[in-house]
Design a protein. Structure first.
Length: 111
């Protein structure tokens, strides 16, 4: 069994953070998810996933300064940690290895 814990939604959120780099905050992450999944995740589901990812050590966050254009509110920016990158690579390897075991899907095997 896997020695890491990453749910499917957490996985795509983590990938979106990686894609966005320094521009990863709630709104841009949600937009990136919508763009790639063609689904509209709720803000609550997204924030729950971000909270779990941060607790697991896969992302860190920091608040920016308040701006007038945001009505004095701050943005919370997220970045992937080394552990986050490692878990994405392990997840990819796990999925690839399992897919290769399915007859008819591995390397063009017609059986």
């Amino acid at each position: 069994m896997r020695n890491w814990d990453l749910g499917a939604f957490e996985e795509v959120v983590l990938m979106a953070i990686g894609i966005l780099g320094q521009n990863a905050y709630g709104v841009t992450i949600k937009e990136e998810l919508e763009k790639h999944t063609r689904k509209r995740p709720s803000v609550g589901a997204l924030h729950s996933a971000l909270y779990r990812l941060e607790n697991k050590g896969y992302v860190t966050s920091m608040e920016s300064g308040a701006t007038a254009e945001r009505g004095g509110r701050r943005k919370r920016f997220y970045s992937m940690t080394a552990s986050g990158k490692e878990v994405l690579l392990k997840t990819h390897e796990f999925r690839t290895n399992m897919l290769d075991l399915i007859p008819g899907l591995n390397n063009g095997d017609p059986s």
